[in-house]
Write a protein that binds this ligand. Structure first.
Ligand SMILES: C[S@@+](CC[C@H](N)C(=O)[O-])C[C@H]1O[C@@H](n2cnc3c(N)ncnc32)[C@H](O)[C@@H]1O
Length: 317
């Protein structure tokens, strides 16, 4: 809270506006006495709305890998007997005994970073301003972006920038990073942003030249795609028949993983949309409607929602 107060005084907005809230609630088809997991609590925008729809016998389980988000969850909900809170990666949701014992009627994963994480420049996610090059969502463990850039081979840095950021100048940037670190380690966001800007030839309209590199490093440092794969598999195990999975993605790599996961368990052959579904009894998931996107009004009110895609699926009996 101290950090939030400080940031607020510095003019930062550490609020997070929940994305596609109505669509998520509709997709989860909440039952008042059901058991639900919000695996990405953030600042609790979705969680608050879910809780408002639960009766005294409903249960809401909250997870986030960011200790700041968990502190907020504790402050807001620890006293509510319907709520349980756990600081962890949602990839490990299957290891939460209460979830495994009772199963779940719905799971929400609102992927990526929250506005407070982006706007608190001290976290190192943003190329605006200057801060330690950290980028860890879970600041209690793991290597920072600065650690990664200090240790990784040039080839690996280039691969990360290309695969997770589709950065066309990945090789040039990786080479410049390795040359620079031979003189002095790259430890600040502004150093990296300046270095990338010098390597990137033509700028994409409306985009900071460091956008792709920062996204790529963030995905690598937090193992985001691996977490999505493991989290989806665990979610499928934990859902009861008829339970709903709702996932909001913010970039194409995540959305592709979610889409392929649903398709695989719907019984379609990956990469072949025209292939007939496998036998109905082998299918474990049914997509609920098509992918949904924020309305123009939502994007106007909350520009950060613009790249969101919501997919919902139901576990079959
Ligand atoms: C887009 S925000 C969620 C916002 C939230 N729905 C709200 O309305 O306030 C994403 C949150 O998910 C968390 N997160 C991202 N990946 C995670 C993972 N693998 N496990 C747990 N939390 C994760 C981030 O720390 C961040 O707080």
């Amino acid at each position: 809270m101290e950090r939030e107060r400080g940031a607020a005084m510095a003019g930062l907005q550490l609020r997070h506006i929940p994305v596609m809230l109505d669509e998520v609630l509709e997709g989860l088809a909440l039952q008042s006495c059901g058991r639900y997991l919000d695996g990405t609590f953030g600042r609790g925008g979705h969680a608050r709305a879910m809780l408002a729809r639960l009766s005294d016998s409903g249960r809401l389980f909250l997870m986030d890998r960011d200790p700041t988000a968990i502190a907020e969850a504790q402050a807001s909900f620890a006293a509510d007997p319907r709520v349980a809170i756990r600081h962890d990666n949602f990839a490990t949701m299957g290891e939460w005994p209460e979830l495994a014992e009772g199963g779940l009627d719905g799971i929400l994963l609102d992927l990526g970073v929250s506005s407070p994480q982006l706007d608190d420049t001290s976290r190192g996610f943003s190329f605006m301003g200057d801060a330690p090059l950290d980028m860890r969502m879970d600041t209690s463990r793991g290597e920072s972006a600065a650690d990664f850039l200090a240790m990784a081979e040039e080839r690996e840095i280039a691969d990360v920038l290309w695969q997770f950021g589709e950065e066309r100048f990945s090789r040039r940037i990786a080479k410049a990073i390795v040359e620079r670190r031979a003189e002095q380690p790259i430890t600040r966001t502004s150093e990296l942003a300046d270095l990338v800007a010098r390597c990137v030839g033509r700028r994409e309209p409306g985009k900071n030249p460091a956008t792709r590199s920062f996204q790529a490093l963030r995905i690598r440092v937090n193992g985001e795609l691996d977490a999505v794969d493991r989290g989806l598999a665990a979610a499928l195990d934990l859902l009861k028949p008829g339970g709903r999975l709702a996932v909001i993605s913010f970039h194409s790599l995540e959305d592709r993983a979610v889409k392929q996961f649903i398709r695989k368990h719907e019984g379609r052959v990956q990469g072949n949309r025209r292939a007939p579904p496998v036998e109905a009894k082998a299918a474990l998931l049914a997509p609920v409607g098509k992918a949904r996107f924020p309305s123009d009004a939502e994007v106007a009110a909350n520009p950060r929602s613009r790249s969101a895609v919501l997919r919902v699926a139901e576990k079959l009996g």
